[in-house]
Design a protein around this ligand. Structure first.
Ligand SMILES: Nc1ncnc2c1ncn2[C@@H]1O[C@H](COP(=O)(O)OP(=O)(O)OP(=O)(O)O)[C@@H](O)[C@H]1O
Length: 481
């Protein structure tokens, strides 16, 4: 099953759209998952998503379906990512933040404040033997530069990869938050900083990607085990095509950068959905956005994408491209894992950073020492059959691939062992049956031999008797004198 939840959300028509097109809309609903979309040429397209939120859907419904399962997992150390995608004005920020992260009207609250409430509510339900610590980072990607929204002086944040924690925003400010109101206050400060930065640099928030990262560390005081989950929310820049913005100069450059990173996102999704598994290079490094989302899309995260659209025929072509993006994303398969504490896991992960071919050779060489050449060949075939040949180009995928290889090899071997055990049982049964038949045959053979001897003896005895009888009859014949 896919771990990517993809939903579509249609906002109500804007007053401008109503002025231009009246009440006309380009969607015909079928149910809560499927609708027919009419494009500019009046051509019909049927789309199905995990859930479709039409204009009357409220913020709570979106949170409960799309984000709540991810929040529940995140407090149990399973990484989660929530992304809003769509053209400028389609409702991404409204869905993500609501009118404001400090909004008090329950109905209007967006995903971010609900996620914050959700995290702290779930934490409360654990006993006192579980200790949580939550940290928050907030960055913005603009023109392929990652800027710290808690400290605007940090305007070139590097993205690094740790063996254990996965993708990291190196040096980005992490604010420890101990309750929901503190977290919301920090988010609000980051959002205000974003506006300041945008004014300084003369660009609008719709031209940048906003990334909110919660690191949730869970410590079990009993056995001192530590786990950490990362929950990332991303409000993407508008996905509209450059031509539509009528942009020139710097604005055109911005639009090109956004298109480049969103195309990189599209390419990563295509590679993940079309890949054969073997030698399939996933181009995460082609943009800062895809690099930050690597964990989310590449396997170690539960991900939800909200495709935000206008229902107006005047925006049909942009909405269609948003829906097609969501349709492709639906086919990504990922398998989230529980993240573990650095100390405990570091050693285990050290081995993962060798080249994939080296890993493969190392495993096979070790097996050659123990197994005969035929078995190793068989195992090699098994690796190929299971799609476990290694791609040396995506070293960054090693960790998840390695675990994938191990678990698939183990389950494959378990399967083979089970088959062998049942063949052994079958052979034993056959063996017992054969022995029984042999014993019966031997018995039969002995009896047969005994019978033959007896009948032979009887034949001889009757021969002797016949002789005496014949002799007697001869001697009793009276010879005429
Ligand atoms: N579901 C909704 N219900 C009511 N109003 C909405 C809804 N979605 C969006 N809006 C309104 O539509 C307008 C545009 O939405 P929003 O700012 O969220 O778009 P956006 O996709 O984030 O654009 P940008 O890329 O510029 O940030 C806002 O005025 C917002 O209040």
């Amino acid at each position: 099953m896919s771990n990517i939840t993809v939903c579509a959300r249609f906002r109500p028509l804007s007053s401008k759209e109503r002025r231009d097109d009246g009440d006309r809309i380009c969607i015909q609903r079928i149910d809560t998952e499927t609708f027919i979309f009419k494009d500019e040429k009046e051509e019909d397209f049927t789309f199905s998503f995990d859930r479709v939120f039409y204009e009357e859907s409220n913020q709570a419904e979106v949170y409960e379906f799309l984000a709540l399962p991810i929040v529940r997992d995140a407090v149990n150390a399973i990484n989660g990512t929530i992304i809003t995608y769509g053209q400028t004005g389609a409702g991404k920020t409204y869905s993500m933040e609501g009118p404001s992260v400090l909004e008090v009207d329950e109905k209007k609250k967006g995903l971010l404040p609900r996620v914050v409430d959700g995290i702290f509510e779930h934490i409360k339900s654990f006993d006192e033997m579980t200790k949580y610590s939550i940290k928050l980072s907030m960055v913005e990607i603009y023109m392929e530069k990652v800027r710290d929204l808690f400290d605007l002086s940090k305007d070139i944040i590097q993205i690094k990869e740790s063996k254990v924690q996965g993708i990291l925003l190196s040096g980005a400010t992490e604010i420890s938050v101990s309750d929901a109101s503190q977290a919301l206050q920090s988010l609000s400060t980051g959002i205000a900083n974003r506006a300041v930065g945008e004014t300084q640099m003369n660009f609008a928030s719709s031209r940048s990607h906003s990334v909110y990262m919660f690191t949730i560390q869970k410590e079990s005081l009993g056995d001192k085990r530590m786990k950490a989950g990362k929950l990332v929310l991303v409000d993407l820049a508008g996905s509209e095509k450059v031509e539509k913005t009528g942009a020139e100069g710097r604005v055109l450059e911005e639009a090109k950068m956004i298109n480049k990173s969103l195309s990189a996102l599209g390419n990563v999704i295509n590679a993940l959905t079309c890949g054969s598994g073997r030698a399939n290079h996933i181009p995460y490094r082609d943009s800062k956005l895809t690099r930050i989302l690597q964990d989310a899309l590449g396997g170690n995260s539960r991900t939800a994408i909200l495709c935000c659209c206008s229902p107006s025929p005047s925006n049909a072509s942009e909405s269609l491209s948003t829906l097609r993006f969501g349709g492709r994303a639906k086919h990504i398969k990922s398998s989230p894992r529980v993240s573990c504490n650095e100390d405990k896991c570091a050693k285990k992960h050290e081995t993962l950073f060798e080249n994939k071919d080296e890993s493969s050779d190392r495993i096979l060489n070790k097996l050659r020492e123990r197994l005969d050449i035929e078995d190793v060949k068989l195992l090699e075939e098994l690796f190929i059959l299971e799609g476990i040949l290694f791609d040396p180009y995506s070293v960054e995928e090693l960790e998840s691939d390695y675990e994938d290889v191990t678990s698939r090899t183990i389950s494959s071997l378990q399967h083979h062992v089970e088959e062998l055990v049942s063949s052994v049982k079958e052979l034993k049964r056959e063996n017992r049956a054969l022995k029984a038949r042999m014993a019966a045959a031997e018995k039969h053979d002995t009896l047969h031999k005994e019978d033959a001897i007896i009948s032979n003896v009887l034949r001889k005895i009757s021969g002797i008797f016949s002789f005496f009888f014949f002799w007697g009859s001869l001697s009793s014949v009276e010879v005429p004198k």
